[in-house]
Write a protein that binds this ligand. Structure first.
Ligand code: FES
Length: 104
């Protein structure tokens, strides 16, 4: 099976520095995280109760959900604070030509 193509999502220069940026692609809302070790991406909706993680608090590598304060490590999607229990689905991400790209 062929690999999914890389798609430009947003220019690196448009990211909120050290924060989370909301990007709508097709019918999906994505959260793009500008972290100390790189740029990461996930679907924006929290897998606990569907809140928009783009409205959460981002510190270092951890996004805290705005609704119940569950938290996830954006490097691997692992939950780091209850009530978040399930890993967050992370999207394969890279920087190319000044653009954040993900595989859609
Ligand atoms: S909706 Fe995110 S922790 Fe509950």
């Amino acid at each position: 099976m062929a690999e999914k193509p890389w798609c430009d999502i947003i220019a690196v220069s448009e990211l909120e520095e050290n924060w989370v940026t909301r990007v709508d692609v097709s019918s999906r809302r994505l959260a793009i995280y500008d972290a100390p070790s790189g740029v990461y991406a996930s679907l924006a909706l929290c897998n606990h109760g569907g809140a928009d993680l783009c409205d959460g608090y981002f510190d270092g590598h951890v996004i805290e959900c705005p609704l119940h304060q569950g938290a996830f490590d954006v490097r691997n999607g692992k939950p780091v604070s209850a009530p978040a229990m399930k890993p967050m689905r992370m999207l394969e991400t890279r920087i190319e030509g000044g653009m954040v790209q993900i595989r859609l």
